[in-house]
Design a protein around this ligand. Structure first.
Ligand code: 13P
Length: 253
């Protein structure tokens, strides 16, 4: 059975004090909501990783980073390596978010290297893919997303691929309030899974968790999460409010 995951992506938000309060609230409320096969992850700004990880202690809520370098160590001012995350026992890292692709020029070749570094450090990458609006309107969204998956992941061995979590985030749905319909999400998730199956076989593809991201809210989470190929969500804005985020987690039944 595939792992179900609801991950919050806080992006570049919150002071440390606010972050601690949000973490405490989520931790307190989510305890009863986390079912056996569902993981709840908070992907927080880098400076808060360690304090919030310590705050979470043995809680069922896990912590994740939002990016890591393609290098291990060295003269890369401002960067954070997968080995640093490993040394802090951070289990998850988001890679390839559309904001990283758009504002920091990250492409498939670079992301393939980052994926390798994350896996070598025993982190679980949450690999993001998704098309911008013009590509959706041109009708070439499936082709682009398959290409994104191929570029960053298809060099991996079967064992390595099994450690990846994929998040499909249509760029036009991120921060816009315009969620993909559950049919649009299901269709693309099925395309991604079939593409994985074409290279790694159906059994392996059926084991990969594919999350949906893009304006997930408490009032649409349950419908999205009930799609057969949607294994949870990567939540931006709504993860900054504890009640809303926990209500999204509750949508995972
Ligand atoms: P929103 O939920 O704010 O649309 O953001 C989605 C996202 O980018 C999560 O990584």
């Amino acid at each position: 059975m595939r792992q179900k995951i609801v991950a919050g992506n806080w992006k570049m938000n919150k002071t440390l004090e606010e972050a601690k309060i949000l973490t405490a609230e989520v931790m307190g409320m989510v305890a009863d909501e986390v079912k056996g096969n569902t993981s709840v992850v908070l992907c927080v700004p880098s400076p808060y990783l360690l304090p919030l990880k310590n705050q979470l202690g043995n809680s069922s809520v896990k912590i994740g980073a939002q990016n890591c370098s393609e290098h291990d160590w060295g003269a890369y001012t401002g960067e954070i390596s997968a080995l640093m995350l490993k040394s802090m026992e951070i289990p998850y890292v988001i890679l390839g978010h559309s904001e990283r692709r758009q504002y920091f020029g990250e492409d498939g070749k670079l992301l393939a290297k980052k994926i390798d570094k994350a896996l070598a450090a025993s982190l679980t990458p949450i690999f993001c893919c998704g098309e911008p609006l013009e590509i959706r309107e041109a009708g070439t969204h499936e082709k682009l997303v398959k290409q994104q998956v191929e570029e960053a992941l298809f060099h991996l061995s079967t064992d390595a691929l099994k450690k990846i979590v994929i998040a499909y985030e249509p760029v036009w749905a991120i921060g816009t309030g315009k969620t993909a319909t559950s049919q649009q999400a299901q269709d693309m998730h099925a395309v991604i899974r079939m593409h994985l199956a074409s290279k790694y076989g159906e059994q392996v593809a059926s084991e990969i968790s594919i999350l949906y991201g893009g304006s997930v809210k408490a009032d649409n989470a349950q419908e999205l999460f009930s799609c057969p190929d949607v294994d949870g969500g990567l939540v931006g804005g709504a993860s900054l409010k504890s009640r809303e985020f926990v209500d999204i987690v509750k949508g995972m039944k």
